[in-house]
Write a protein that binds this ligand. Structure first.
Ligand SMILES: Cc1cc2nc3c(=O)[nH]c(=O)nc-3n(C[C@H](O)[C@H](O)[C@H](O)COP(=O)(O)OP(=O)(O)OC[C@H]3O[C@@H](n4cnc5c(N)ncnc54)[C@H](O)[C@@H]3O)c2cc1C
Length: 217
């Protein structure tokens, strides 16, 4: 049966259809022919993990999570294998009193920043592009221009939900499986699929910047 005709039922009741796709990184080199699934919720992602790649015959070369594909190289692709595209896991919830946001892995930092600013909060680490996902930010443990003072993105993650290869969704915190939490932050997707995370925010006094321009020549 052609790959695109294999349809699996997702947790939402909607079918998850693995689709042949060619994916690249931001550098546009080394395209990979993959089977791409885009689960719409956690249960669908769990089924995708459990049923792929063993149900896909020749496509069974393992699986890797993918966010917005903004890695420069080939980190988010698996030639001849499966890409679990987290972009449809796109819900988030702001606790404006405690300064926390709980976001699903596919939410982009740009969406979060737009929602946080009116509430007086900002992400503690912001990279050179807003078009990266929460999952990609954690998996690559990204840095911003305030790296020396704030550390990396992962330093501000209180907890995360990780879907591992056995189909379990694990709640990871510093007090609950700290080793797996540490391996997942900066783990480049190799410990499983990050489903969601809780991130500590920084208060934002004002969205305005005070800028002093000094001309040197
Ligand atoms: C213009 C530009 C500017 C940049 N500036 C910076 C910068 O200032 N600082 C910096 O640190 N980086 C920077 N980056 C790099 C970028 O932040 C990282 O590559 C980031 O990981 C991309 O996120 P993504 O959602 O696109 O992830 P992808 O590229 O899709 O994936 C990156 C890695 O994360 C894994 N991954 C993605 N989603 C999940 C998930 N749900 N669960 C588990 N693993 C997952 C993938 O398997 C892969 O290994 C920049 C990139 C660009 C294009």
């Amino acid at each position: 049966m052609p790959l695109a005709e294999r349809v699996m039922a997702g947790g939402s009741g909607l079918p998850i259809t693995p689709r042949p796709a060619v994916v690249r990184g931001w550098g546009r080199i080394g395209p990979a022919a993959v089977s791409r699934v885009v689960p719409g919720d956690v249960e669908a992602a769990r089924l995708a993990i459990l049923r792929l790649p063993s149900n896909l015959g020749g496509w069974g070369r393992g699986a890797i999570a993918r966010g917005m594909g903004r890695s420069y190289g080939d980190a988010a692709q698996r030639h001849g294998g499966v890409v679990i595209d987290a972009s449809a896991l796109a819900a988030f919830e702001l606790d404006a009193v405690r300064g926390r946001v709980r976001a699903q892995a596919g939410v982009t930092l740009g969406r979060l920043l737009a929602a946080l600013e009116p509430a007086g909060w900002v992400l503690p680490v912001v990279p050179g592009t807003q078009h990266v996902s929460v999952g990609g930010a954690i998996a690559a443990d990204i840095h911003g221009k305030n790296h020396a003072a704030a550390g990396t993105f992962g330093a501000h993650v209180d907890s995360l939900e990780l879907l591992t290869a056995d189909g379990e969704v694990r709640q990871l915190t510093a007090g609950n499986d700290a080793e797996l939490l540490g391996a997942t932050i900066g783990g480049m997707g190799l410990t499983g699929v990050i489903v969601s995370a809780s991130i500590r925010l920084r208060p934002l006094a004002s969205p305005m910047l005070s800028v002093v321009a000094e001309r040197l020549i």
